[in-house]
Design a protein. Sequence first.
Length: 557
Amino acid sequence: MRKIHSQEVTEGPSRAPARAFMRAMGLTDEDLNKPLIGVASTWNEATPCNTTLDRQAKAAKTGVSQAGGTPREFVTIAVSDGIAMGHEGMKASLVSREIIADSIELMMHAHRYDGLVGLAGCDKSLPGTLMAMARLNLPAVFIYGGTILPGRFQGRDVTIQDVYEAVGAHAAGKMTDAELLEMERNACPVAGSCGGQFTANTMACVAEAIGMALPGSGSPPAVETARDQFAVECGKTVMNLLERNIRPRDIMTREAFENAIAIGAATGGSTNIALHLPALAWECGLSLTLDDVQRVSQRTPTIADLKPGGKYVAVDLYKIGGIPVVLKALLDAGLLHGDCLTVTGKTLRENLVGVTVPSDQNVVVSPSKPISPTGGLVILRGNLAPEGGVIKVAGVTKLQHRGPAKCFDSEEACFAAVQRREIKAGDSVIIRYEGPKGGPGMREMLAVTAAIIGQGLGYDVCLMTDGRFSGATRGLMVGHIGPEAYVGGPIALVQNGDMVSIDAAKGTIDIEVSAEELARRKTQWKPIAPRYTRGALAKYATLVGPACDGAITLAHP
């Protein structure tokens, strides 16, 4: 079995000290003569998304050993978006994507491992792990930790999205204290990632569509032991990739990225893929723009009826065959590049031989009779967002809005106004200085958007921000507006009462103020002081590029 790097620490008299350290961990001569394979997980007890990864990592190690390798397990961080939501902690979320990628890279680089199995659960840990794989370009396989099972509340399935929206309903007097507590206690019954087609499940779909995960591995719930067998197979697969010298950049080609966009669009997935896919492409040496996201989304129908825009949760998709069913439906309709190589060593088309789309279900419909003729993501541009903004239109019936601006310079200020019932039907709500640099960290706004939905205003109010949204967000919500306010983008120049309009059908977002007036306001605008001057957030704010490029921390290679 070939060794790419590990002989640098296992062979020759000069490496006796390194071998001594490894012998202290129980490794034998036989172990040291085999390829060393990193098994990296984001296991922790900070979030239910990651608590099963320790078990799954052990299974992956078994697969590596069975296939003739020596597994070396390590962990990296993972921030809980849900627990960080709605306060200063959320500023750490997007930053954690970079730290995850950096830390996996450094562990692999320092210890000269020959290949990688990466396991991730919560939102930013999926793209962070994939980014490390692309950056290292060593044989690698990705596996998702798995979705949570839905909770039950008053006879219906619920997810964490319902809890956030219940907060708004409670503030509006539509839900009692007892009902809110009952919802809280029942929404998340076991371990696993958020149950709708939110960011984690969207990125799990992406991992299979782009070819870096074994077919079907993204679908079983976190608590199902079926995941363990997938993990074992991942361990065996990375050894096969090592033997055949197949690497991530051989798999993650431009066509594979189009497949990834397509499954995000077809499933009504998270707007966060408009950040994560450009960032991942950059690690592969490719350029992927918001225009690419728009182009593929426009040609891809929405065919999966998944929350937050639809009816079903990830477990319902699993019950009808999982992610391969969506891929098969798209492939048969000519909407995917079937010849893309995958970690199986076979093409996407070959992987899907024998997969059928069940007829006795409504979770995934035929592309010939789609839920919507276009995908769930739309890129908006106009004088308010020259670099673009992103809106999820899956499940949204009202695509236009025009109303007076109500401006807030932080998420907290807006949330307080929502709780005081100061946001009214027709308003154009602006939350600014929450972009990659200005936040810093480009916070998600689920607490605000869900509260607006909970008050019954989701389609009567349009919220626009240079921050971003949770995959659980629904309604008229435009994120990623760039240039961001911190660098003097037009969103910084909006004043209360300015008329702001969006048209998701036409792809426009405009402030009804003349160019001359905007130029005058720009001369009077003064940048705000950095909110952090030390530590990881300050470092991130200094290095990060714009949202339209994926908010990467090496904006110019």
